[in-house]
Design a protein around this ligand. Sequence first.
Ligand code: GDD
Ligand code: MN
Length: 363
Amino acid sequence: MRADLTIVIPTFNERANVRPMLALLDAALGGIAWEVVYVDDDSPDGTAEEVRAAAADDDRVYLIHRIGRRGLAGACIEGILSATTPLVAVIDADLQHDETKLAGMVARFRADPDLDLVIGSRHVEGGSIGAGFTATRARGSEIATRLAKRLLKIEASDPMSGFFMVRRESFNQVVTGLQTQGFKILADMLAAAKGRWKVAEVGYTFRDRRHGESKLDAAVTAEFLALLVARMTGGVLPIRLILFLSVGATGVIVQLAAMRLALLAGIEPFWIAQTFGVWVAMTTNFLLNNVLTYHDRTLRGRALVTGLFSFYAVCAVGAVANVGVADVVYSVLPQAEVASATGAVVGALWNFVASALVTWRAR
Ligand code: GDD
Ligand code: MN
């Protein structure tokens, strides 16, 4: 019998949760023909091996094992695309979402052929954030939800949820516009659907995590803010470029501060203080990009050192391009600010592209 429902489970270091999750799904989905696709980003704890072992005992279990890539949104997208069933659910691997709600979600789709999406929500009747959240996390989630609703014009109560079921056909309408970097695939999907989808919500209580740890951190928060900007610019700018340019903006401030400090320390002539400022800013830009913009490929140990020097080299060429372009622009349009800003934009874009290809190239 062909399955009706594919359950996509993204994993990073969730080995201990694999078998318990499958047992819970089996108990919760009587009467529904289902299969499950784990999407694992080559977790160091051997989650993929554990899934393969489980698949040997259960032919409803599948695995997409990704090498050299990280990211929750991208993993969910690949899992959903792999599904051949009419319905697809996404649920966390760590037992924090309530799998007993899945059967009710399927029933909603069966009762309403126009329905595109059912969201597992913590903010409707029957839902709550339960014990799974610290006070800070709850507050952060609340602010993020409010921002997403206002800036992306989303009406659903819980666009931050990672638990939902979508009609496979409907997903095809939005998939090409989705950002693969980041955590918030549901908010991105809702924004891409531009209010055209028929959406229902089902309450659930967010449970405590028993094994392993959360991967949501400051970098994920920065990615979410970049997602909002990406969406507001109509999806033209990718998340990575937005993060890179934001880091660059902090670099301007760092450069000014370091230059001023050098002057205060009596360093002369001016050009040496300025060179010091540029060097400090390049270094902080590199370090920030390494943990934020490229937190899925953060360089460590020896790679950190060679990465830093390749970044210096990239920026040196960028500076030459900056000056060269500004000079050409100035020769045809003698307005210093316009010429200088054009040079800066070209230099920044060069730095972005070249450092993506050299410093943080995907391995
Ligand atoms: N393949 C893959 N790659 N999976 C990942 C990655 C990744 O880079 N990062 C996280 N995951 C998986 C985890 O293994 C887990 O199954 C799921 O994605 C959620 O990650 P957690 O680290 O447990 O996130 P959380 O519990 O802090 O956040 C959850 O709740 C939020 C609600 O505020 C997630 O469901 C979020 O999507 C949700 O927004
Ligand atoms: Mn979790």
